[in-house]
Design a binder for this molecule. Sequence first.
Ligand code: ASP
Ligand code: MG
Length: 427
Amino acid sequence: MMVFKFGGASVNSVDRIKNIAKILKLYPSESLVIIISAMGKTTNALEKVAESFFEGNTEKAFQLFEEVKQQHLTTAQSLLPKNFFLCKDDLSSFFTEAEWLLHDKPVRKYDYYYDQIVSIGELLSTCIVSHYLNEIKITNTWLDVRDIIRTDNNFRDATVDWNFTASKTGNLEFGIGNTKTINDKPQTIYITQGFIGATDDNETTTLGREGSDYSAAIFANLLNAESLTIWKDVEGVMNADPKQFLDAQLISELSFEEVIEMAFYGAQVIHPKTIKPLQNKKIPLLVKCFLDASLQGTIIQDKATKQLPPIIVIKENQVLMHLHSQDFSFVGEKPMSFLYTLFEETKIKPNLIQTGAISVQICLDNMAEKLDELAAKASSIFDVQLQKQLTLITIRNYNKEIIEKLLKDKKVLLQQQTTNTFQALCF
Ligand code: ASP
Ligand code: MG
């Protein structure tokens, strides 16, 4: 069997959803587990719902949620001339799930509400796609991934319980054939959500933004899939974001190791957690273009790569935290150990750290609540200052020309390099 992952852009409109059917028809005798993200920018829209709710602006939360609802209903209606009402019933039960919560007043942490609300996006998109494919006779079974992927309760960045999850994926049956294929080989298609899971208390969790790739990798690993294909709106993995760099070029072959490095530095190509589950079982990862399935795309596998071009990763919205020891005492092993314990406690992963005699500089993603917590705790031994709205530029396989080109109009606040990776934090 193979695992497919379709991201938000591939289910963004009626035509795009129809296009998924065309792609599936190219694989008539494969059993498939299909992982799907929320439609288009739904996750962002739901984030706004969660924010309004948490700020106590119930009316706005409902109003924003209503927009999400209408958009999904309209899409479902266009796709389902026969079975719209069946689908609508299913969608309504997810709407109700969210609306129940929106009626309450927040008493728990933001991240909990975030996950309960934002996760609806994947439930809605998969529901629509599954109904649509069934209607056009691509028979499939819809799965609620919250019955399969078990996590801890670290909301917004939950950790997967692999043993429990394995016991659940082990129950999936293949070759039972909900569809008889051309070769008379029974084909099984499951459709389920990326990005989300649930705790043992049945509370919904999310695996981090763009986490659907990781969900797909979990399934591929546990089901010993032949391959995982991630369908995107680009030709394959590029050496830079083509939206930012017009001369970005396709890389047709990459090693797991290179991709894990790229993802770590923030390349939007593939979610950083995706590679390990695949690498552990040597399952190749294909990145293909859903706009033209005949293009070769990129293959990522357990093989050293040939000469690679410079690979550029730009991370916006970075914060530089300046920590100064309060009484001119050195930042020795004790304060450092304290600091790393704080990272663990606040679940913060620094993107860059530079230590000096009496100061430490840390580059972090701008996650307000976590930052405040870290700053508050660190202020017990440091003076803390924050500098926001910065950009972290990372170049793998760098050379002098590319560094000069990228830093031309920038002010650099912090710079580090190893033999193959160059990083500069700038504004
Ligand atoms: N829908 C989620 C997001 O936009 C997960 C994903 O797309 O992978 O972050
Ligand atoms: Mg996405």
